[in-house]
Design a protein around this ligand. Structure first.
Ligand code: ASP
Ligand code: MG
Length: 451
């Protein structure tokens, strides 16, 4: 079997939904399972709706509901006719009514817990997949609509739930039965707890749903259909000469998505790695293009891509008294652990430890206070991380020299040349991030040369 995941822009209108179905149906002889995101912008609209309910802004709640209603009913009209349309109208209207009651309930009490937010966000994927299924029915394609909440099982960490692997594996094999010449359609992103309460896997989580299902069913391949030609040497909006990478390893792809490349969700790779399932990133608007293949081993050595992310805070902990002592690093990291903040990069010297964390971590303030109880703490916000990802980066002796020569005019704040041997990261001031990426791309991917 194979899994095809279509992102929001690939199911964003009646026209693109037809393309997505054509792509999936053209592979009907591989027992396809289709995993879909919400229609483009829908989840953002639902997030705004939640905020408006919380703030008690009734007008805005109504506007957002109208927006969602128009979007889905218009798409329905574009995709169906006759009897399918009238069945469809009932199904879509029921979902819209349910959404509307929930939104009004939240507005009334002006409270949106993470649990209620997940219930609200789930409507995006439930609506889109209902539409896609109806469009298949209209086209006479054998198709079945499943509710992913019945087989993607998670803990109760609402809005960022973690998968329960055993329960999920068992439920998928029991509920999802792919076969040739038949499309199974289900939602990405949404899941449920063991007692059946709706959860979500975090924004962008549909990619992750796709590889979870693919891994559970031993897929030959998981295809991520999106609106770009694949994973690129860097962000093409920043550098026009960025090229599509034809093949990349699991480790490189995981590293890239974690350090800012937005093409796939950072958790996507992990289920695929365990079962060695290749993940293909393809463009729905240009299906003939080869895209990027993510797999175990690749031929390419050396640099593959450059990525960057902003919003990084550098936290430096100093203690002349304690650094040499046993347990100092442990003491530092247990503070981060207690507050569930993950540290991305670490660099140490005799008297200090510097770490990078995401600026938006809500409990960062408390962490800093606790660290201050046993050390001197310096906090520098407004930084960015540039990551160079590839395999055996330093086997070529001149590599680091070229990197730092390219960055000669940029104040590099931290360097991490990890033991992973696939990532060289540098921390730079936020305002220099784009410039650093541009200079490095010019140096490492000269125009005309293949990436
Ligand atoms: N619809 C969800 C989001 O926009 C999940 C996804 O598209 O992957 O975050
Ligand atoms: Mg996405």
């Amino acid at each position: 079997m194979i899994v095809l995941k279509f992102g929001g822009t690939s199911v964003g209108s009646a026209e693109v939904i037809q393309n997505a179905i054509t792509i999936a149906w053209s592979q009907a002889d591989h027992a396809p399972v289709v995993v879909c995101s919400a229609m483009a912008k829908t989840t953002d609209t639902l997030v705004r709706l939640a905020q408006a309910a919380l703030d008690g802004r009734e007008d805005q709640v109504r506007r957002e509901l109208d927006l969602l209603s128009t979007l889905h009913l218009d798409a329905l009209a574009g995709l169906t006719s006759g009897e399918t349309r009238s069945t469809g109208q009932d199904l879509i209207q029921n979902l819209l009514d349910e959404l509307s009651s929930l939104a009004r309930g939240l507005l009334l009490i002006q409270e949106v817990s993470p649990r209620s937010k997940d219930a609200l966000l789930s409507f995006g994927e439930r609506l889109s997949t209902t539409l896609i299924w109806l469009a298949c029915v209209e086209r006479g394609i054998s198709a079945e609509l499943l509710d992913s909440r019945e087989f993607i099982k998670t803990d109760e960490k609402f809005t960022e739930a973690s998968i329960l692997p055993q329960a999920t594996q068992e439920a998928i094999t029991a509920r999802v039965k792919p076969r040739n010449n038949h499309l199974i359609i289900c939602q990405g992103f949404i899941a449920s707890t063991m007692s059946g309460v709706t959860t979500t896997l975090g924004r962008g989580g549909s990619d992750y749903s796709a590889t979870i299902i693919g891994a559970a069913l031993q897929a030959q391949e998981v295809q991520i259909w999106t609106d770009v030609t694949g994973i690129m040497t860097t962000d093409p909006r920043l550098i026009a000469s960025a090229k599509t990478i034809s093949e990349i390893s699991y480790e490189e792809a995981a590293e890239l998505s974690f350090f800012g490349a937005k093409v796939i969700h950072p958790s996507t790779i992990q289920p695929a790695v365990e079962k060695e399932i290749p993940v293909l990133v393809k463009n729905t608007n240009a299906p003939e293009q080869p895209g990027t293949r993510i797999c175990r081993t690749v031929k390419n050595r050396g640099i593959q891509a450059i990525t960057g992310k902003n919003g990084i805070t550098v936290v430096t902990v100093q203690s002349s008294r304690m650094l040499n002592a046993h347990g100092f690093l442990k003491a530092i990291f247990s503070v981060f652990e207690k507050h569930r903040i993950s540290v991305d990069l670490v660099s140490t010297s005799e008297v200090s430890v510097s770490m990078t964390v995401n600026r938006f971590e809500p409990s960062l303030e408390q962490v800093i206070q606790e660290l201050q109880s046993f050390s001197r703490v310096n906090v520098e916000p407004d930084h960015g991380i540039v990551s160079l990802v590839g395999t055996d980066l330093w086997k070529e002796a001149s590599f680091t020299a070229r990197v730092f020569a390219a960055l000669r005019d940029i104040p590099v704040r931290m360097i991490s040349l990890g033991s992973s041997d696939i990532n060289l990261s540098v921390v730079v001031p936020q305002e220099n991030l784009e410039q650093a990426i541009t200079l490095l791309h010019q140096e490492l991917f000269p125009q005309g040369e293949k990436g």
